[in-house]
Design a protein around this ligand. Structure first.
Ligand SMILES: [Zn+2]
Length: 85
């Protein structure tokens, strides 16, 4: 019989709780605010599942996208499904 204790090596005193390393999800929201001649643009990338959103252009669209892109992808991201909180 194997007893499994889920304690870390040096005892239970871990100062400052850290997120487990395997929960490392890398995602990025790219926003280009543009200038006088260029419209603002934004896109979202998720590294673990290799997702890339389409590029959103226009101030209003970019603003809405920035608000929702991460959350919207988080729901459908395959690399997050296994580790659902
Ligand atoms: Zn993803």
């Amino acid at each position: 019989m194997t007893e499994q204790h889920n304690t870390s090596a040096a005892g239970a005193s871990t100062p400052g709780r850290r997120a487990p390393a395997q929960r490392h999800v890398v995602a990025a929201l790219f926003v280009d605010f543009g200038d006088r001649d260029r419209e603002p643009r934004a896109r979202y990338e998720c590294v673990p599942c290799a997702y890339r959103s389409h590029v959103v252009t226009g101030a209003a669209a970019v603003a809405a996208f920035v608000e929702t892109a991460a959350e919207a992808h988080r729901i459908v991201c395959p690399s997050r499904q296994e580790n659902h909180q």
